[in-house]
Design a protein around this ligand. Structure first.
Ligand SMILES: [Zn+2]
Length: 87
């Protein structure tokens, strides 16, 4: 156990499913939320995971809406087109 030590990003990522399940012990939960308060990247990651779990709880994987998937893919392409134009 690393009680009292600051949590790092890798540990947070490993614990995120337990966090969302409410399965963390109180001390670990506190370190988790302390890291979230300080780390915008992890906070965003947890929000995405929370949304994913929420959707997975109500939909099967096969039910992912094609329009939503296309929208996500378009967003990812949008990041890239600025730096790596396609031939
Ligand atoms: Zn982090």
């Amino acid at each position: 156990m690393n009680l009292g030590l600051e949590m790092d990003c890798d540990e947070l990522v490993e614990l995120v499913t337990e966090y969302l399940d409410g399965a963390l012990d109180p001390a670990t939960h506190r370190r988790f939320t302390e890291h979230l308060a300080l780390c915008a990247g992890c906070a965003e990651y947890v929000e995405q995971m929370r949304e994913t779990v929420r959707l997975a709880g109500t939909l099967g994987e096969d039910d992912l809406r094609p329009d939503l998937r296309d929208k996500l893919l378009a967003a990812f392409r949008g990041w890239r087109t600025g730096t790596t134009p396609s031939p």
